[in-house]
Write a protein that binds this ligand. Structure first.
Ligand code: NAD
Length: 528
């Protein structure tokens, strides 16, 4: 389909697509009595389709089906499982237009931001298809006593992994954790956000087309506070992406059952611009750092600290760029920013900006809703003069709003960057990248990008990604991102002598023997 500057989803996809995808939602029994709620297309504010409001019974049915399907999948070789995800990688790229349309229709974001999600899913598919085997393989470990003890480490699938995903990156955050869980040999039960279920359903449809065995990936739509409890009650691990407040509830429920949980939560991410930064390049980077996905990105920047000698010049460049950004509802790549995702989001952004301006902040760019473009549009906004008593100084806005501050000396910048309960992402801009890396290690944040907004760390999927402090627990990506979906098992074979007083040894003789052995092991590098 050609790119056309239309905001109407009916010009992009046939309504029957949503009816077909809805059949992938798991419903217990005949499912006929299930109520539903409307999914709204944010670009126009019109209802798009209905999504069932699932129940605890639907979760139970999904877990039952997933568990049955997992038995065979879990016993397959990693290499065989990988074939599905290599095909999925190719299919996601080949059918990207459909995925991009559905993401844009459900979330209202600009096409270039929807593409980030498609690229992310392809990258993670390829990565785990190729590297899961290395992360999961059984390996020899040093035994308790050389020669006498032989030890192996194994990783087994957990069974059924529950995933709860948010609306802001509905493709990435529903699929990438699921890919790791599935590659580790588990089944998945996903509860997507009720605003954006069709993106996940379209992506899962493609995954089945790529060869995923039937029933391995279950989806239950509905309200989080009703489905979260039953999901955590019945699954073997839970992966949650969303707000810090909900994350605490999830952790408490997982704690009661003693199942693992990983939490990818909110942020109030800082950006540091050092005096030697390339200002044009940094202003371009700041636009992406602050306004990608209209700022509804957990790793986007909401606090910008600029070294005083370049503050005025940088603010001038960044404001000019921000004011020139193209906003609009369109299914082509022509827009720099799309709509906010919902009325709730618009109201939150408006309330944060109104509060700040009423207490003395100045909007040097943006600061207004744009109902002429669509019901939930809001201009990319830069605020100066933000002080601690303003709500947005500390709270996450999760919208296209950044506060900019001058700083004197790197120590004060680091201190201010760290003065937040959050610790998800940060970025540092400087020509001296060695210094940038040194400063990065002093920022209390799960990821820090030097001369990039967020994508360098996010897309380095061989390395762990996640938050510290109130921004989360556990990591996605890399070895940690897949091992968390396994149960580690240690198997040791003891030979010749027990690790205890043998029949011919007295307890005292055994203590002497072990003490001498330990001293020897300490001295001989080959044995340690
Ligand atoms: P949210 O916590 O309200 O909702 C996220 C998901 O949790 C949804 O699917 C929702 O239905 C479900 N949910 C809500 N209450 C629940 C409950 N009691 N039990 C179980 N599930 C429940 O978050 P949101 O406001 O929709 O998402 C935005 C937040 O997510 C922001 O704070 C953002 O920073 C964060 N986020 C973090 C990451 C990350 O990787 N760290 C990525 C994207 C978004």
């Amino acid at each position: 389909m050609p790119d056309v500057a239309t905001r109407h989803w009916t010009d992009r996809v046939d309504a029957s697509l949503f009816d077909r995808l809805r059949r992938r939602v798991t419903l217990a029994g005949d499912g006929l009595t299930r109520p539903s709620s409307p999914v709204v297309a944010p670009l126009t504010g019109e209802p798009l389709a209905e999504a069932p409001l699932g129940t605890g019974e639907d979760i139970a049915e999904a877990v039952r089906r997933g568990r049955a399907a997992q038995r065979e999948w879990g016993s397959m070789s990693c290499a065989d499982r990988a074939q599905v995800f290599l095909r999925y990688h190719d299919l996601v790229l080949k059918r990207q237009d459909l995925l991009l349309d559905v993401i844009q229709i459900e979330s209202g974001k600009a096409r270039k931001h929807a593409f980030e999600e498609v690229a992310d899913v392809a990258i993670v598919s390829r990565y785990y298809a190729i590297h899961a085997q290395q992360h999961l393989r059984s390996r020899r470990r040093k035994g308790a006593l050389p020669v006498l003890t032989a030890t192996w480490e194994h990783h087994h699938p957990l069974g059924v992994v529950g995933i709860i995903s948010p609306w802001n990156y509905p493709l990435s955050l529903s699929m990438t954790d699921a890919i790791a869980a599935l590659m580790a040999g588990n089944a998945v039960v996903l509860k997507p956000d009720q605003q954006t279920p069709y993106t996940a359903l379209a992506a899962i449809d493609l995954l089945y087309e790529a060869g995923l065995p039937a029933e391995l990936f279950q989806v239950v739509t509905g309200r989080g506070r009703e489905l979260g409890g039953p999901l955590i009650q019945q699954t073997d691990s839970i992966c949650f992406t969303g707000s810090t407040q909900t994350g605490r509830t999830i952790a408490r429920l997982a704690g009661e059952r003693l199942v693992g949980c990983s939490l990818e939560l909110g942020g109030k991410n800082p950006m540091l611009v050092l005096a030697d930064a390339d200002l044009e390049y940094t202003a371009t980077g700041a636009e992406r750092a602050c306004f990608a996905n209209a700022g509804q990105l957990c790793i986007s920047i909401e606090r910008l600290y600029v070294e005083r000698p370049i503050y005025d010049r940088f603010l001038e460049l960044f404001s000019a760029r921000t004011r020139a950004m193209k906003l609009g509802a369109s299914f082509d790549y022509g827009m720099d920013m799309g709509s906010l995702a919902s009325r709730d989001q618009l109201e939150k952004v408006q309330s944060h900006v109104t509060d700040a301006v009423s207490k003395g902040a100045t909007a040097v760019a943006g600061g207004r809703a744009r109902p002429d473009l669509g019901p939930f549009f809001y201009e990319p906004t830069i605020l100066t003069g933000v002080t601690d008593e303003m709500t947005l100084a500390k709270e996450e806005t999760f919208g296209p709003v950044v506060s900019i501050y001058p700083f004197d000396g790197i120590e004060s910048a680091i201190e201010r960057a760290n003065a937040t309960p959050y610790g998800l992402n940060a970025c540092i801009w400087t020509r001296d990248t060695r210094r940038g890396r040194r400063i990065a290690t002093r920022i209390q944040s799960g990821t820090v990008n030097v001369n990039e907004a967020y994508a360098a760390t996010w897309a380095s999927v061989d390395a762990p990604m996640g938050g510290c402090k109130d921004s989360g627990l556990g990591r996605r990506h890399g070895a940690q991102g897949i091992l968390k979906y396994t149960a580690a098992q240690t198997v040791s074979v003891q030979r010749f002598l027990p690790i205890a007083a043998a029949p011919l040894f007295s307890e005292r003789g055994w203590a002497r023997f072990l003490s001498t052995s330990l001293k020897l092991i300490r001295r001989l590098p080959g044995l340690r």
